[in-house]
Design a protein around this ligand. Structure first.
Ligand SMILES: [Zn+2]
Ligand SMILES: [Zn+2]
Ligand SMILES: [Zn+2]
Length: 150
């Protein structure tokens, strides 16, 4: 990771565009349920998110991860409960849980048909992504480098 903390005021006033500190794609301001934040337009390839400070992204990358379904923050479960993350909207009905991979929640993708999460499965013909709402939803997607091919 290269340090580029050169977000100083040598930019003109009408420059409203902000860029991802990780991949340099434009950031977009997202009105999450826990308040506004900035997400990378490269999502889901880039999962950077930044806190919103006075309508601008903070320089520091938000160390919290967001629920792929409802954009609330993900919370790491207590260690004795296991290595996983759950959605802070759990009590509001969002039951997303994601496996922990070295302190990072596993990548998760949303079904394009019903907005449930997809789960990676392996079938006779190899790995694919199926809807977690199966059998109510029978959407499935081929695997493309560890992500569903939409
Ligand atoms: Zn990015
Ligand atoms: Zn959620
Ligand atoms: Zn589905």
């Amino acid at each position: 990771m290269s340090e580029s903390n050169s977000e100083t005021d040598n930019s003109s006033n009408n420059e409203r565009q902000h860029y991802c500190p990780t991949c340099k794609k434009p950031l977009r301001r997202i009105l999450g349920k826990m308040g506004p934040f900035w997400g990378c337009s490269g999502f889901p390839d880039c999962r950077a998110s930044l806190n919103d400070v006075d309508g601008k992204p903070s320089i520091d990358v938000d160390e919290h991860y967001r629920c792929p379904l409802c954009t609330r923050r993900l919370v790491k479960a207590d260690e004795e409960k296991g290595d996983y993350w759950f959605c802070s909207g759990y009590s509001k009905g969002c039951k997303v849980t994601l496996t922990d991979h070295d302190g990072v929640p596993e990548a998760a993708y949303q079904c394009q048909k019903c907005n449930h999460l997809l789960v990676k499965r392996s079938g006779k013909n190899g790995v694919f992504w199926g809807c977690s709402d199966y059998p109510n939803c029978t959407a499935s997607y081929n695997d493309d480098n560890n992500r569903p091919k939409f």
